[in-house]
Design a protein around this ligand. Structure first.
Ligand SMILES: [Zn+2]
Length: 104
């Protein structure tokens, strides 16, 4: 028998998911989407931490959540939560301000 061929392992970080074009929110663009989602690295705009936006998360965002195709993740998970809390808080404060005005 000859030598057995080495088994080629796929690198761990090469996740790719097929793009379902029919579910995309492409807006008024004529450009065509890529065939696959890949894990991408980006820097959080708030804290500067390097984050991974996985192919799975992209597929969910673009196809299930209806995210505009040219929008991308800009914040890490914890900063997204902080931002959401901040917005909820300022809305609440705003409303309380109105109530106080109404009472006087
Ligand atoms: Zn962050």
């Amino acid at each position: 028998m000859g030598m057995s061929k080495p088994i080629r392992k796929k690198p761990k970080n090469s996740t790719r998911l097929l793009v379902d074009e029919s579910k995309l929110n492409m807006g008024n663009t004529y450009s065509s989407p890529p065939d696959y989602y890949y894990d991408i690295q980006f820097m959080c705009v708030d804290c500067g931490i390097e984050q991974k936006w996985s192919a799975e998360q992209q597929k969910w965002w673009y196809e299930e959540a209806g995210g505009y195709f040219f929008s991308t993740a800009i914040r890490c998970r914890s900063c997204r939560e902080k931002e959401r809390n901040r917005k909820a808080q300022s809305r609440k404060t705003h409303l309380e301000g109105f109530h106080k005005l109404g009472d006087s």
